[in-house]
Design a protein around this ligand. Structure first.
Ligand SMILES: [Mg+2]
Length: 323
């Protein structure tokens, strides 16, 4: 692989990880608000801000991210420490993260109930194969970008390890399919797939685990040009994997040429805005690289240098055996 190509690839790894954090941090201030509430309070969310008083995120400063990025970091650190994805190691790391926030609730950034229930089981010594919850929330989809990056050169690997990465916390077919879809989306973006090719690949592979989710991603592609309100009506914006994941694909497919527009669409959906923002940002950042992320978002992002360092380490590991 030539030097320029390598630089470009590294840039996209960094773009994807920063994209997750930027989307999460933009969505943080309006998480769980309805589309109407966002419109009346903000008009359109274009910049970081504080969540309203009394909101679970009201302790966070503008530019700070939530559990989506924290779990993404946990997965990054696990892959970097092991040199590959190791589900047992990841389960241990995610339970260490969960232990911290359960012992110090003031550190809890509105993390999901499914993850916490499963983490309690892991901490009680239950094996990762048994600890997962059956719910279909999006907690394993929102954190999975590193797998799409690390195994970008082989979509069979992406599919397999994304599915596996869901299991310790989210073991339902829907949740596992959500993790697969998002990791595959990120890998397709790294590989420069045009959206017509990306949707075929993502839908075909996701359908092996859950046809309902695959159909809804297909729908997201077909309605990619409808306006935001209609998309919310057709897809939904709750933390269900059947809504967050297709909504993220809608946001990306409709604005596949511009990071900023895709992410603004995502975080203005209402509902699970931080996760929709994180998933969309992870794909758009993988496609366009770090320069596509507006400076005003990079400048004030929490832990930016640390995120860059982790993304670069992941990149070095991913390409180390390639000529
Ligand atoms: Mg969150």
């Amino acid at each position: 692989m030539g030097g320029n190509l390598k630089d470009r690839l590294k840039n996209r790894f960094v773009g994807s990880i920063l994209g997750v954090a930027v989307g999460d941090a933009l969505g943080m201030q309006v998480e769980e608000l309805s589309r109407e509430e966002i419109l009346s309070m903000h008009g359109v969310v274009r910049d970081y801000g504080k969540a309203p008083e009394g909101h679970p995120n009201d302790r966070l400063e503008p530019g700070m991210y939530t559990d989506d990025t924290e779990q993404t970091i946990t997965l990054l650190v696990s892959i970097i420490e092991k040199g590959r994805f190791d589900v047992g190691h990841f389960a241990m790391k995610i339970s260490e993260w969960g232990k911290q926030i359960m012992e110090h609730p003031e550190l809890d950034r509105f993390s999901g109930g499914t993850s916490k229930k499963a983490i309690k089981k892991l901490l009680e010594g239950i094996d990762w194969m048994e600890s997962g919850e059956e719910g279909t929330t999006c907690g394993s989809a929102m954190r999975v970008a590193p797998i799409g990056l690390f195994y970008y050169y082989d979509l069979d690997f992406v599919e397999k390890f994304a599915r596996m990465s869901s299991t310790p916390t989210h073991s339902s077919h829907g949740a596992r399919a959500g993790a697969m879809a998002v990791a595959l989306g990120v890998a397709c973006c790294i590989n420069d797939y045009p959206i017509e090719k990306m949707v075929v690949e993502v839908v075909k592979r996701t359908a092996k685990e859950d046809e309902e989710l695959a159909d809804k991603i297909q729908l997201a592609y077909e309605i990619r040009e409808v306006d935001l309100d209609e998309a919310v009506r057709e897809i939904g914006n709750s933390s269900s994997v059947y809504e967050t994941v297709p909504f993220s694909f809608y946001s990306y497919f409709g604005h596949a040429d511009r990071f900023e527009d895709a992410v603004i669409t995502a975080v203005n959906a209402g509902g699970d805005t931080d996760s929709i923002g994180a998933i969309t940002g992870g794909m758009a950042g993988a496609r366009h690289g770090v320069e596509s992320i507006p400076d005003r978002w990079l400048k004030n992002l929490e832990n930016k240098e640390y995120l860059i360092e982790l993304a670069e380490k992941l990149y070095i590991l991913a390409v180390k055996d390639m000529a």
